[in-house]
Design a protein around this ligand. Structure first.
Ligand SMILES: Cc1cc2nc3c(=O)[nH]c(=O)nc-3n(C[C@H](O)[C@H](O)[C@H](O)COP(=O)(O)O)c2cc1C
Length: 325
């Protein structure tokens, strides 16, 4: 079974976006954006805000299971927080060792922790111990903080700490989001551990998907920005894989604008109910800034509304661009 997961993306893939993207089919799971673990115990509403799916059995409306991601550096606090979270029955708990933010505040975390495999292990152990066996604990890591010197040690430490699967975003912290992603390094991680390794980074097309699987040797992948740029990417991959025709099936966006128009209209409608009039246009432009990589129609719409902040103008342009034929 080759699994496809939707990546956590703070500020980009909230519950609304996860709903729209997973509804189109092809995803086996998703991870919500990180919840920052703090000195004071987090109330249930903090978890629910990051992952409203918790109130729907831990699944998106389309049925895709969603894990809740925790970010922090103190094993005890991570354990306590995970125990509280477990009370809300998440489908899984994921640990963030990939956030590139530099803040090493007292409660910081993310990719900077990759300098300390021992700490990674203690965090994973504390969380694993704190939650019932039935809740899988997974981790998502970059290759390292500044270099790949400790990549394999980190992966081994997380496995020893009890994680059930490991997603590897194939870049170091200092590489940020600069291409390329070093898929061949994921292969080295996969060979070093026995838990399933999920490959992540720079999969934007069906061709990238197969190239990543080939280079990493991984059966499973996680799609991030590529999923936002092409909401039908996972479905396209599934179709190509079952047709066994990897090159020809990478047909880009042809014919999908009509279907995407429906998603865009729903996105705008629901966004306007949840977000203030001041912020809604920015969110739409953000999505369009990804969609325009794949859809020429999105590029045209993006340019049309780029300089506008008024809801009426943006609504009218969106309606015109997505009108049913
Ligand atoms: C806007 C944005 C927010 C992100 N937020 C998170 C996050 O909350 N947790 C996390 O583990 N990774 C986060 N990531 C990293 C992605 O999950 C993913 O690892 C990265 O984008 C590489 O995959 P891609 O090349 O397919 O986008 C974020 C990435 C972006 C672009």
């Amino acid at each position: 079974m080759n699994r496809i997961y939707l990546a956590p993306m703070e500020g980009l893939a909230d519950a609304l976006m996860r709903d729209l993207l997973t509804r189109t089919g092809g995803y086996d799971g998703a991870v919500c954006q990180f919840v920052r673990v703090s000195a004071t115990p987090l109330p249930p509403r903090t978890f629910r805000r990051a992952c409203p799916e918790l109130d729907g059995g831990g699944r998106t409306p389309g049925g895709t299971p969603v894990s809740v991601q925790l970010l922090g550096s103190c094993p005890e606090r991570m354990g306590e927080t995970a125990a509280r979270l477990a009370g809300l029955s998440p489908r899984g708990i994921d640990l963030n060792f990939g956030c590139p933010a530099r803040t090493v505040s007292r409660h910081g975390g993310g990719a900077i922790l990759l300098d300390d495999p021992g700490l990674l292990r203690r965090i994973a152990e504390a969380v694993r111990r704190a939650v019932p066996e039935a809740i899988p604990v997974t981790a998502k890591m970059r290759l390292g903080n500044r270099d790949t010197e400790r990549t394999l040690d980190c992966a081994a430490a997380l496995q020893a700490g009890g994680v059930a699967a490991l997603t590897v975003h194939a870049r170091t912290r200092i590489e940020g989001y600069r291409p390329p992603a070093h898929w061949e390094w994921i292969a080295r991680v996969r060979e070093a551990v026995s838990v399933p390794v999920i490959a992540n980074g720079e999969i934007w097309s069906v061709a990238d998907y197969f190239a990543c699987r080939e280079a990493s040797g991984c059966a499973d992948v996680m799609l991030g920005r590529g999923a936002v740029a092409d909401p039908f990417l996972a479905r396209r991959i599934r179709r190509a894989a079952s047709a066994g025709n990897f090159a020809a099936a990478d047909d880009g966006s042809a014919g999908d604008w009509g279907e995407l128009s429906v998603l865009l209209r729903e996105f705008w409608q629901r966004l306007r109910l949840r977000v203030s009039a001041r912020h809604a246009p920015g969110r739409l432009k953000l999505w369009l800034s990804f969609l325009r990589r794949v859809y020429p129609e999105a590029d045209t719409l993006y340019h049309r509304i780029r300089a506008h902040e008024e809801i009426g103008v943006v609504s009218a342009a969106l309606a015109a661009a997505t009108a049913a034929e």
